[in-house]
Write a protein that binds this ligand. Structure first.
Ligand code: SF4
Ligand code: SF4
Length: 384
């Protein structure tokens, strides 16, 4: 890695805007992100606002971190700053407004004047050098930005194992078009290549600074239905990949995240180059894995061997009949159209036909009632 890929990290145990501003300021100085980078530039803040959840649920970036970043940007003289995000689910002005309100971004905007994107248009970002996806639909404020401040949350993720800086940028693809990419890239290795294509396409055109909110993180069934856990850390880097490699090590999952293997290979960076002494000094914090994750051997099998085997062995999504409210959201967002809503004893319930399921776990991520469980294959239950 070169100097630009330094990962700055600090212990931090509270969402105190003054303390966070000090940390962000020192991190920006450490990675060389100074005033000139931001002065007179169009800046898009890309938080993780995956679903309409209160910050205490830790599914979304805490507004205090966004406020601290904006305070430092303002000190640098940046003036054109806007929050831009496309959450899971439909990309409409109505859903954006609701998400901003519930995640605390609307209150932050009212209090500080920070602009919130409400334009739901999008355009094309082409990347002819891509390995998988040569063109992406990307929301307009991201396309138009010179600088993206990628403020991610440290979380487990049912599909990718971990969600941090690299995965957070998948949120620049508008609403349900994300689901189409899940359908096209049903294997984890292919999905990872596509995710790396997207990150490289954005890196080619924009300055990206990634900041990770790992003060409270999510463990278990992330990215939306896991459990909050204190991890007490903040990371900042001008490389989303370098940041995630450090974060992966911090949560004691070193070498386990497929998209980082793919990204490191394509960028020619050392996958295991994080400063060991510093991480040791900071202390790590292992996270409970999502139920869907069957172990590193299976998760990291390459396509030529692992595709069908992984599909057979990977945990299946299963509707929890007691929790399901029959809203049909999972049906609408399933990339394989393999969920139907049926009436049983007068109650509407979702039903999954597992034959066509690609184990993307979008249904679990987007269900508002946490009604999608995962059931391990019998063989894996015996092995474990
Ligand atoms: S599983 Fe969840 S998303 Fe699907 S119908 Fe039931 S409550 Fe709605
Ligand atoms: S049923 Fe769920 S896990 Fe399976 S393809 Fe549909 S959304 Fe993905």
């Amino acid at each position: 890695m070169n100097n630009l890929d330094i990962v700055a990290f600090s212990k931090c145990n509270e969402y105190d805007v003054d303390k966070l501003s000090d940390i962000i300021r020192s991190h920006f100085e450490r990675i060389g992100a100074t005033g000139e980078i931001f002065l007179g530039k169009k800046i898009a803040i890309k938080p993780n606002l995956v679903s309409a959840k209160d910050p205490s649920a830790v599914a979304t970036t805490h507004p205090a971190v966004v406020e601290a970043v904006c305070r430092v940007l303002n000190e640098y003289g940046a003036s054109d700053i806007m929050i831009a995000e496309s959450p899971g689910g439909p990309y409409t002005a109505l859903t954006l407004g609701h998400i901003y309100k519930v995640t605390g971004m609307a209150e932050l905007s009212e209090r500080t004047g920070l602009a919130l994107n409400t334009d739901i248009s999008y355009g094309k970002l082409s990347y002819p050098e891509a390995k998988k996806q040569k063109s992406f639909d990307v929301i307009t404020p991201i396309l138009e930005a010179d600088v993206i401040i990628n403020i991610c949350k440290l979380k487990t993720h049912s599909l990718t194992g971990m969600s941090c800086a690299v995965k957070n940028l998948f949120g620049v693809v508008p609403g349900t078009l994300k689901v189409e990419l899940h359908a096209v890239y049903g294997q984890l290795e292919d999905f990872s290549e596509m995710l790396v294509d997207l990150n490289l396409a954005l890196m080619r055109d924009k300055t990206i600074i990634s900041v990770c909110d790992g003060i409270l993180s999510m463990e278990g069934n992330g990215p939306t239905h896991g459990i909050p856990v204190k991890t007490g850390v903040m990371f900042t880097s001008s490389s989303a990949f370098a940041l995630d490699i450090a974060a992966e090590k911090y949560i004691e999952e070193e070498g386990e995240t497929k998209y980082l293997d793919v990204g490191a290979k394509r960028l020619g960076i050392n996958r295991f180059c994080t400063d060991d002494d510093l991480i040791r000094e900071m202390g790590g914090h292992s996270l409970v894995r999502p139920d869907s994750k069957a172990g590193s051997l299976l998760r990291n099998l390459p396509n030529y061997f692992g595709g069908s085997l992984a599909r057979f062995l990977e945990p299946k999504p299963k509707i929890n009949k007691d929790k399901c409210i029959g809203c049909g959201k999972c049906m609408g967002f399933c990339p394989q159209k393999t969920i139907v809503i049926k009436k049983k004893k007068g109650k509407k319930l979702a039903k999954i036909n597992n034959k066509n399921c690609i184990r993307c776990y979008c249904c679990q991520e987007l269900c508002p009632s946490a009604a999608v469980d995962t059931v391990k294959n019998l063989l894996l239950r015996i092995i474990h």
